[in-house]
Design a binder for this molecule. Structure first.
Ligand SMILES: Nc1ncnc2c1ncn2[C@@H]1O[C@H](COP(=O)(O)OP(=O)(O)OP(=O)(O)O)[C@@H](O)[C@H]1O
Ligand SMILES: [Mg+2]
Length: 512
């Protein structure tokens, strides 16, 4: 056999067992030189586990890995790196206060006369940056860089260590549409220069756009391959989930009632102390979904934080159910207003990783009836609540006693959504509620959001996915540079019109 046909990477019969879970079962996967292989599968299907095995972070229970046709043994990531394998994790592993070059030097040796030779490192970074069109300044400080640039630093880091095989685990989940296009250009350039890429995503459109081949995992097993030339979003969804998935949301016209959330002339600063909200006013009525669209970084995050009590407002007012809630504590807002919040960053605000699933499901209600009576905690009530929610929201976990942090990324998100949606509420604030969630579960969560609306809940939805905003919202507010540049009824909204508003172009014909 000529070397042309030998895969650069192959897994044969990989099985990985965790206590109570078979995460991978007899997985066979091949990756060829110069191709982008998309790895698809439901939340908990075993994608990240398989990648962690290929990167030497986990040892397989059974099976073997071949690199360029030779069986290899990897005991840790250094072994994988030495074999030309690089991985970009979803949670970046960069030190915020250090420069790009310093971060890249960490753990790789560029020592001259006992000192780290920053200049040589920087020169090599610039060269790689140019070659793969990565637009990276080696002397930039990480914390000053937007998410898309930090991700490119992670990519440069793997290239600096001579990776030929790149694993990208859900790289687009945290990017803006513009950044995603940029990443795809980089991926195409890498592949054209002979690199091989494994790309994980839940967005089927992206798979069809960039993949050369598609492998699908279901419940730890490889269930098939698909050809991006002939596959459709529907066929991929069916292959992943094992049933037809309805990719559009069905809903009746809204029947808005009284104002539940009123925001008036709100001003606040971001973490750097710069103005992030500059006089934001809008309201959300019972029985309607108001979507907030905008390019990430135009004040959406700060808006949600101020409204939920996580950030201080410098000026302006927030009223919920007619009650003044400006700068109230998160707890007061959650409880007095029966509001709930699906946070954008589940690790920072949404869950406590070492706590069992059952406790994560009552994080902000454990002290209330029916889970507590006076000082007595009712463990049985907590457990039956957890059992019910895990079933209803299809949170895939070996048990309700499993630590929340050992669930797959998407199942952690489903756990947070289940907790927040299951409360008796009249205001739902959902920021990126389906980030990292598979198509089958998105269908369920979208239907739940519409059902809440139909039950008279006021819904404020913040999403960087324009598709999600368009699918769910009754009115769409677009944020630009800390202001709401327009509020458009859904029926009058077009993708192009919203795109213009998101770019700061105000159309006179669009009602504001
Ligand atoms: N460190 C761990 N300890 C115990 N169980 C684990 C661990 N890591 C993963 N699992 C389990 O293995 C299974 C597969 O998880 P994995 O993270 O590989 O899924 P995934 O396909 O990446 O899902 P997602 O799309 O949600 O990221 C899940 O049931 C998960 O709970
Ligand atoms: Mg994963």
């Amino acid at each position: 056999m000529s070397t042309e046909n030998i895969p650069v990477l192959e897994t044969r019969g990989i099985t990985k067992r965790f206590p109570g879970v078979v995460a991978n079962e007899d997985v066979n996967l091949t990756l060829h030189k110069g191709e982008i292989l998309a790895l698809l599968g439901e939340n908990g299907a075993g994608k990240s586990t398989l990648m962690n095995i290929i990167y030497g972070l986990y040892q397989p229970t059974e099976g073997e890995i071949l690199v360029n046709g030779t069986p290899v043994q990897m005991n840790n990531p250094s072994d994988a790196i030495a074999l030309g394998i690089g991985m970009v994790h979803q949670h970046f592993q960069l030190v915020p206060v250090m420069t790009v070059a310093e971060n890249i030097m960490l753990g790789s040796e560029s020592v001259k006369n006992g000192l780290l030779d920053t200049r040589a490192v920087a020169a090599r970074i610039s060269e790689l940056s140019q070659r793969y069109n990565l637009d990276i300044d080696p002397y930039a400080i990480i914390e000053d860089l937007p998410v898309g640039a930090r991700q490119r630093v992670e990519i440069v880091k793997t290239l600096y260590r001579n990776a030929d095989i790149l694993i990208l685990d859900e790289p687009t989940a945290v990017l803006t549409p513009q950044e995603i296009e940029g990443l795809f250009e980089v991926m195409t350039l890498l592949k054209n220069q002979g690199k091989s890429i494994i790309f994980i995503t839940h967005k089927l459109k992206e798979v069809l756009q960039v993949a050369d081949r598609i492998t699908v995992l279901r419940q730890g097993k490889t269930v098939g391959e698909a050809d991006p030339e002939t596959a459709t979003q529907n066929s991929l969804a069916a292959l992943m989930v094992g049933r037809e998935v309805i990719l559009t949301v069905e809903k009746k016209p809204a029947n808005p009632q009284g104002v539940v959330l009123a925001v008036e002339d709100l001003a606040a600063r971001n973490d750097l102390g710069d103005p992030a909200l500059r006089g934001v006013s809008f309201d959300v009525r019972a029985g309607e979904i108001v979507g907030v669209a905008g390019v990430q970084g135009n004040g959406q995050t700060e808006l949600v934080e101020v409204v939920t009590g996580l950030r201080h407002a410098d000026a302006g007012e927030v009223h919920i159910n007619g009650q003044r809630m400006t700068n109230a504590t998160p707890r007061a807002i959650t409880q007095a207003a029966a509001s709930c919040h699906v946070p954008e960053d589940r690790h920072a605000y949404g869950m406590v990783s070492p706590y069992p699933v059952a406790e994560n499901l009552v994080l902000n209600t454990y002290n209330l009836v029916p889970y507590s009576h006076g000082i007595n905690v009712d463990t049985r009530a907590i457990r039956s609540h957890a059992t019910e929610l895990v079933k209803q929201y299809d949170v895939r976990t070996p048990s309700i006693d499993t630590p929340g942090g050992s669930l797959s990324g998407g199942n952690q998100q489903k756990m947070v959504v289940a907790r927040e949606f299951s409360r008796d509420l009249n205001l739902l604030i959902a920021a990126q509620p389906t980030r990292g969630i598979d198509v089958g579960s998105i269908e369920f969560i979208h239907n739940q959001i519409v059902a809440k609306r139909d039950n008279g809940v006021a819904v404020l939805l913040i999403s960087s996915e324009l598709d999600e905003i368009m699918a769910l919202s009754d009115r769409i507010a677009v944020m630009y540079k800390g202001e709401i540049i327009g509020i458009v009824p859904r029926a009058e909204a077009t993708r192009e019109g919203l795109g213009l508003l998101m770019a700061g172009v105000k159309d006179e014909r669009v009602p504001v």
